[in-house]
Design a protein around this ligand. Sequence first.
Ligand code: 3PG
Length: 307
Amino acid sequence: MKVLLATQKPFAPQAVKGIEEILTKAGHTLVKLEKYPGEEELKAAAADADAMIVRSDKVTAAVLDAAPSLKIVVRAGAGYDNIDLEAASAHKVVAMNTPGQNANAVAELAIGLMIFMARTQFTPVSGSELEGKTLGLQAFGHVGRLVGGKAKALGMKVLAFDPFLKDEQIQEGGATPVHSLEQLYSSSDYLSLHIPALPSTIGSIGRSLVEKMPKGATLVNTARKEVIDEPGLLEILKEREDLKYVTDVMPDNYAEMQEACGTRVFATPKKMGAQTAEANVNAGLAAARQIAAFFESGDCRFQLNKF
Ligand code: 3PG
């Protein structure tokens, strides 16, 4: 089978090598499309692909239309908001992700961003420490748990809100459960977002939640830019000169935010949470193994869509 590795943001070379080894051993052929300019190139490369591995690359209905032989697409990573699942089902294409595989890289970045902001973006002005502060985790999945564990090691108090988990599950993961977003936001010196981008979460974090945060608090977003109501956030950041916002990746109104807030805001130019060699190897090799298992035995363990 022909497997297309389509990554606008390429994997580390050792990950690509590992993917190729797994697929070749299983009798498949790997074709690479890296740093490509846009959908047209993806459509052309997908025309005769039986399987596809992507990162945040957009797998739209048009891409699926252009790939008549495609049987499976694996998002090497956790968030699958870049795959049109409905269109995949309509095309009878199995869509999968590789949950947890790049979680540690994202968790380390969240901690790094907190320290960066606590130390005023590494400028020489006097900053603050994380020890003794309260971290609120909005969602307690793979990444949230890891951020919580690392924060505890730094001496932070860790709270978590996750409506899909029981209190015991949050406690077993080492955090203190809270039962409303209002309570989470009003108790957290650092609020770290770990929610997916879904119709119910897109634009859901804005003024009304952020204004509840205590004096000097920092909102940390290593989830998705889409979950933020960016105009609403800018409004409250302008009004409350004590609040900070740090995000992986750049908001649409970043220039305005920077102008109004200076070192109280920081955004990475390109999403870099999972951009480590280790995460690339973990997620990339998992994707290759899932494709090999799918063709070998019909293994659909990580399937996201139904048809
Ligand atoms: C994920 O959802 O797994 C992360 O956001 C990683 O995305 P990336 O593969 O585009 O870096």
